[in-house]
Design a protein around this ligand. Structure first.
Ligand SMILES: Nc1ncnc2c1ncn2[C@@H]1O[C@H](COP(=O)(O)OP(=O)(O)OP(=O)(O)O)[C@@H](O)[C@H]1O
Ligand SMILES: O=P(O)(O)OC[C@H]1O[C@](O)(CO)[C@@H](O)[C@@H]1O
Ligand SMILES: [Mg+2]
Length: 527
């Protein structure tokens, strides 16, 4: 257990005035903060105000909070990395404070410069001394390849780059903050955990009680919290960050986005996704071998993807053995002209076998129509899904039973948990390492209330609200989905209205208008 004083450094007058962390003009941050409070009765923390900076050409920096926003007297120190033998030789190792990463990478002559995020990386000045840091790491939500790599690299990165020796793991997800003891994490104890699937800390759904979590953070003297999880977890982290600010604690709250479904908005890709797609190939290969070896063989493979069909889409494109890919974003129908059953029949007549890949969230409306079921949710409030693979297999079998002289052999493969329980592959391991490093550089530099991830290939600090306001979905009016349809030669199943609706959902939200600052974007002619 750490000392209470360590977590309550806070608003004591500091001898050195800090260098401002950002050069940009900041708007809208008007909150005044009370000095540090200890246990405060449970109350819903107000979300932090958006921190926006504007410039000409429709430039908007959607910035992340900094500890000095509410602890203006906080002391800063030279970054110890400048004396590190490995890093001191790197030219321009520290990130220029004005560097930003553009959300939009494809632009036109008259495009506004649009939304930017603060570039991730080490800063010249840090707001924690090595001996002062007590970091905590927690993993929440479903499993995902790479969780252990992120944990390892946070522990080793903090130790090797910043000399931090106090890192604890919170066991069993958010509720572990107040229901379990912590475990000490050292470079030695995490040395080879990246070779294992799962999370050495354990995980859970539900149990997110912000007030109790922040009480625990305060009581244990924790001043950096690293939260690894999906969209639900990032929402939880946002409310922890808000409560930490409200209490005036010197504690950075940092999110590392995790989800096998790749459904986190704004970011290029979530870690573990590549590994999952690779692992899915084994199931698709098996389905293909089985289907090819039987008379009118049909292989059905169900892959994860609650609301977003990225795993199914990429696994299909990678395999080239798939005849039909079904995802939640693209409605389909079974019976009649242009329906799935007609297509299965045609493909079997033409090729003698076929493989169908279905994302678990696809066709849920069809199943619900055809059977009674209780609409249930998991502990985090996520809707529990019906088994579309089983349902589809049953429907196909029933259809061909009614066709004497057309026997089929159908094999249903459900590798759902196998694709997420494996250790991360080489490229995900490197990705997880960079994510962990970007996360801890941000916390050491005093940033808080952010998720770290690559945006157009560059790591950026993204305010929590940007990650949580909507989910990333396959855009069925985009070229990538067209590539899938082209590779499988499946029908698109969509009505004109479906396509219209999909196009409207994809419209970009308007840029924030900062009076007198980014007016160009408002005056620029529509494209
Ligand atoms: N809106 C929310 N506000 C605060 N906490 C939340 C919210 N939604 C979910 N959480 C908490 O976040 C944790 C993880 O959420 P969830 O089970 O939805 O997984 P996730 O992080 O979305 O990951 P994945 O979907 O990839 O499994 C849970 O402890 C849950 O209670
Ligand atoms: O059965 P569990 O562990 O709740 O997780 C299942 C869900 O988790 C996910 O893998 C997301 O993490 C979804 O694809 C899936 O629906
Ligand atoms: Mg989720």
């Amino acid at each position: 257990m750490g000392s209470l004083e360590a977590a309550t450094v806070l608003v004591a007058p500091a001898p050195v005035v800090t260098t401002p962390p950002a050069q940009h003009k900041v708007f809208e941050l008007k909150a005044s903060y009370a000095p540090a409070a200890k246990s405060v009765p449970a109350s819903k923390p107000k979300p932090a105000k958006k921190k926006l900076a504007g410039g000409c050409g429709g430039y908007v920096l959607e910035d992340v909070p900094h500890l000095t926003d509410y602890l203006p007297e906080l002391k800063s120190y030279p970054n110890p990395l400048q004396d590190h033998p490995a890093y001191s030789v790197v030219k321009q190792y520290f990130v220029n404070p004005d560097d930003t990463v553009s959300k939009k990478i494809v632009v036109h002559k008259s495009s506004a410069r649009g939304t930017h995020f603060r570039r991730a990386g080490p800063r010249q000045r840090v707001y924690f001394q090595p001996g002062e840091v007590r970091a905590a790491i927690v993993t929440c939500g479903g499993l995902c390849p790479g969780l252990n790599t992120v944990i390892r690299e946070l522990v080793c990165g903090l130790h090797d780059m910043y000399g931090v020796t106090s890192v604890v793991g919170i066991e069993g997800g958010y509720r572990g903050f107040y229901a379990r003891n912590t475990v000490d994490l050292t470079p030695r104890s995490v040395n080879d955990i990246h070779k294992r699937g799962g999370t050495v800390l354990g995980t859970s759904r539900g149990g997110q009680d912000t007030a109790k979590i922040v009480d625990s953070v305060h009581d244990r003297g924790i001043n950096q919290v690293y939260v690894i999880g999906g969209d639900g977890t990032q929402k939880g982290a946002a409310s922890i960050a808000d409560e930490v600010q409200r209490r005036g604690l010197k504690c950075a709250v940092v999110g590392v986005p995790k989800t096998i479904d790749n459904d986190i908005a704004v970011i290029d890709k979530s870690f573990g996704f590549d590994t999952a797609v690779e692992e899915a190939q084994r199931a698709i290969n098996a389905a293909h071998v089985e289907a090819e070896s039987a008379e009118n063989g049909v292989g059905v493979v169900k892959l994860m993807g609650r609301n977003s069909g990225f795993i199914a889409m990429y696994a299909t494109l990678a395999s080239r053995d798939v005849d039909c890919c079904l995802i939640p974003e693209s409605p389909f129908f079974m019976e009649g002209k242009g329906g799935l059953l007609e297509f299965v029949e045609k493909r079997l007549r033409d090729n003698g076998h076929m493989v169908i890949v279905v994302a678990e969230g696809a066709g849920q409306d069809l199943i619900a129509k055809s059977m009674h079921f209780a609409d249930t949710h998991d502990a985090s409030g996520n809707k529990l899904l019906l088994d579309v693979g089983l349902w589809l297999s049953h429907k196909i079998k029933e259809h061909f039973k009614r066709k004497p002289g057309f026997p089929i052999t159908l094999k249903y493969i459900d590798p759902t948990y196998m694709i997420r329980a494996v250790p991360s592959n080489a490229s995900d391991n490197v990705y997880c390492t960079l994510l962990a490093h970007s996360a801890l550089h941000g916390a050491m530099a005093g940033y808080t209330g952010f998720t770290v991830a690559p945006v157009n290939g560059r790591h950026a600090y993204i305010p929590f609200y940007r990650i949580t306001e909507k989910q990333n979905k396959v855009v069925i009016t985009d070229r990538m989905w067209a590539r899938v349809l082209c590779s499988t030669n499946q029908p698109c199943f969509l009505s004109h209205e479906d396509v219209e609706r999909a196009g409207q959902e994809e419209e970009e939200p308007h840029l924030p208008n900062i009076e007198g600052e980014n007016s160009l974007v408002l005056k620029s002619p529509p494209l």
